[in-house]
Design a protein around this ligand. Structure first.
Ligand code: AMP
Length: 193
């Protein structure tokens, strides 16, 4: 099964993708996580992406398409995967269609987590607070200024994907404002249908 979780920053894509991957034995593919690992490791991609990510902008399409193209070739992706944070532009979506087509496979479903914009800032602030409370370092882009840029990038570049996947008959929308367990249940219901 090949799925995409779509939604603005703070919608809960990462939380749901992680839980769903564990429930179903799928691989979670988060370009944000991969890029953060590249920044931490100081690779060439990481060095190029660091400032862009910190400001809340989007890393160039070629970079993330290259990362995903390599990753889905790995044997652990053969049983299926959940994309979280990719694609984020129409160009990335078209590249993904091409990649899957060249492997003789297709995307099964795109699940949009619909959330109230007003709630996003609070969720992001909460995530930063919880990370600090747990003794960790919050993400460099979990602050009010970067969030504004990330939201603008979402509405300008990523939200057109809702229409793109609707037109492909692949889009399902669920209420991302519900408690985590309830959102998971809604996702399971969709997959069972
Ligand atoms: P995320 O963890 O998904 O919120 O991603 C964190 C940051 O990584 C984003 O704000 C972007 O700067 C970058 N990023 C992650 N995925 C992509 C993508 N598919 N396209 C462009 N930039 C991305």
């Amino acid at each position: 099964m090949k799925l995409i979780l779509l939604g603005p920053p703070g919608a809960g894509k990462g939380t749901q993708a992680d839980a769903l991957a564990k429930r179903r034995g799928l691989v979670q593919l988060s370009t944000g996580d991969m890029l953060r690992a590249a920044v931490k490791a100081g690779t060439e991609i990481g060095r190029k992406a660091e400032a862009i990510m910190k400001s809340g902008g989007l890393v160039p399409d070629e970079v993330v398409i290259g990362i995903i193209a390599d990753r889905i070739e790995q044997p652990d992706c053969a049983n299926g995967f959940i994309l979280d944070g990719f694609p984020r532009t129409l160009k990335q979506a078209a590249a993904l269609d091409q990649l899957l087509d060249s492997k003789g496979t297709i995307l099964d479903l795109v699940i949009e987590l619909k959330v109230d914009d007003e709630a996003l800032a609070a969720r992001i602030e909460n995530r930063a607070r919880e990370t600090i409370a747990a003794g960790g370092t919050p993400r460099a882009d979990d602050n009010a200024e970067a969030l504004r840029t990330r939201l603008l990038a979402y509405y300008r570049e990523t939200s057109p994907l809702i229409g793109y996947y609707f037109a492909q008959g692949k889009l399902k929308t669920i209420d991302g404002m519900a408690p985590i367990a309830e959102v998971s249940r809604q996702i399971d219901d969709l997959l069972a249908a």
